[in-house]
Design a protein around this ligand. Structure first.
Ligand SMILES: [Zn+2]
Length: 109
């Protein structure tokens, strides 16, 4: 299984498709699908009919939500150099830390 180097709360930049260059915070990580939900990226709109769900009534209207994007379509933005960068892993004391391959900043405390 591929270990994702991107975590919830990270900032990523879209590197392909029509939203190329858009940055957003990672809201959710779906490791099994190798996908991420990123704030403001891949926003879809869904028309909602009036419905009953779990005892509460949901009002009809248009709801927008972020659809997951594949990890290969985004790159992690380094907090230090503020660029979309490749990330390396550095192992020490049994922990692996992510390191920016551009400025060599360790991203995880
Ligand atoms: Zn960096």
């Amino acid at each position: 299984m591929v270990k994702l180097k991107i975590k919830k709360g990270d900032t990523v930049e879209v590197i392909s498709g029509r939203e190329k260059g858009v940055r957003g915070e990672v809201l959710r990580v779906l490791p099994k699908d190798e996908r991420l939900v990123v704030q403001g990226v891949n926003v879809r709109k869904k028309h909602q009919r009036k419905m009953q769900a779990g005892g509460r009534t949901m009002n009809p209207g248009v709801i927008s939500f972020e659809a997951p994007v594949h990890v290969s379509n985004v790159m992690l933005v380094c907090p230090k150099c503020s660029e979309p960068v490749r990330v390396g892993l550095e192992r020490s004391e049994g922990k692996s830390r992510r390191v920016c391959k551009n400025c060599e900043t360790v991203m995880d405390a």
